[in-house]
Design a protein around this ligand. Structure first.
Ligand SMILES: Cc1ncc(C[n+]2csc(CCOP(=O)(O)OP(=O)(O)O)c2C)c(N)n1
Ligand SMILES: [Mg+2]
Length: 346
């Protein structure tokens, strides 16, 4: 996927590539969100958006080589887009159609594209952590020179599977980088909320200490900061020195996920929990003002690395690409009812 992976060699084209990927993620997810309003009933079940995490996703993935691998959570649309998965196949999957990445059997929360190193997702909080650790163990015993990125949320760091996985990864020096996306919320619990089951540790990266591995906290709204932190961790893993915990601090800009409404009421995204549950409209507005996508664009333009005209042209191209993904998804047929039991083993 990448050209050079050394932070010292992040040239202008690489930065523009990163900006383009951030826009692609945002635009793809905007289309997912709009589908609920423009095509009610087309998406069934739960969908979770990663707006606010684009810089973190792209910064982290820019460190990978062609044969590296990753696993993530149900907030999963961004990663395969960056790895090169066809957005048309992703949209068709989310719409449950035969043209989907998994033939329409998986839906939004179960995207997988192993050919590109995208080893899967899970709707179970924390499940991907031991799975990614296992993928790293396989890479180590097969001597494949692969590094595995493992993405999970602040909430997942409370799960037992987190401790078990980091423990064994540290002991066995597995080639895995744990990227905790601290997006400030765990459904309707704020990360710093003391009267709830929030995650302890300030910053959350201190959890790394218990397992004798490096733990760093970075501004997840800055793709270059994330890139540098993950690059160092990937280099360490590749050299056989074992795992690192990178805490990427974000703000989830959408509600946790869409609402599965009662019969007759279309599925939709509610207002953000900061506003709906806590009445903290100011917090939410401030987070939107710090939106990493326009922030990175402004930085590239100010630094003379991208002119506004080219930025607009990229945005137009990305809009067309994602509009085509929606069209492809809508035009793709539904699976035949008789195929419902395919891939079911008893
Ligand atoms: C084992 C398990 N417990 C509870 C849930 C319900 N649940 C779904 S998402 C979520 C919050 C997870 O928060 P975090 O790890 O911070 O990820 P985020 O959604 O913020 O990306 C919970 C509790 C679940 N899916 N799986
Ligand atoms: Mg969270």
């Amino acid at each position: 996927m990448s050209t050079s992976n050394n932070p010292a060699e992040l040239d202008d084209e690489r930065l523009i590539w990163a900006f383009t990927q951030m826009l692609r993620i945002r635009e793809f997810e905007e289309r997912v969100k709009r589908t609920f309003e423009e095509h009610p009933g087309v998406i069934r079940g739960h969908t979770h958006l990663a707006d606010g995490a684009e810089a973190s996703i792209v910064g982290a993935l820019a460190t990978l080589r062609e044969n590296d691998q990753l696993m993530c959570t149900y907030r999963c649309h961004g990663y395969p887009l960056v790895l090169g998965t066809d957005p048309r196949a992703m949209m068709a999957e989310i719409y449950g159609r035969t043209g989907g990445l998994c033939g329409g059997y998986g839906g939004s929360m179960h995207l997988v594209d192993p050919e590109r190193g995208f080893m899967g997702t899970s709707g179970i909080v924390g499940q991907g952590i031991p799975q990614a650790t296992g993928v790293a163990y396989a890479a180590q015993i097969r001597k494949r020179d692969q590094v595995v990125l493992c993405f999970f949320g602040d909430g997942a760091s409370k799960q037992g599977a987190f401790s078990e996985s980091l423990n064994i990864a540290s002991l066995w020096k597995l080639p895995v980088v744990y990227v905790m996306e601290n997006n400030s919320y765990n459904v309707i619990t704020r990360v710093e909320q003391e009267d709830a089951n929030a995650a302890a540790g300030e910053p959350l990266a201190v959890k790394a200490k218990a397992f004798s591995m490096p733990g760093v906290t970075v501004d997840g709204g800055d793709p270059i900061a994330v890139y540098e932190a993950v690059w160092a961790a990937v280099a360490r893993a590749r050299e056989g020195h074992g795992p690192t915990l990178v805490e990427s601090k974000l703000y989830r800009l959408s509600a946790h996920g869409n609402i599965i409404a009662p019969p007759g009421v279309p599925l939709h995204f509610p207002e953000h929990e900061a506003v709906e549950v806590f009445g903290a409209a100011e917090e939410y507005e401030a987070a939107k003002r710090g939106d990493p996508v326009p922030r990175f664009r402004a930085r590239l333009v100010t630094d003379g690395k991208l002119d506004a005209e080219r930025a607009d042209a990229i945005a137009a191209q990305v809009r067309d690409e994602m509009q085509a993904a929606v069209r492809y998804g809508l035009d793709s047929p539904f699976p035949e009812p008789a195929d419902a039991v395919n891939h079911v083993y008893a």
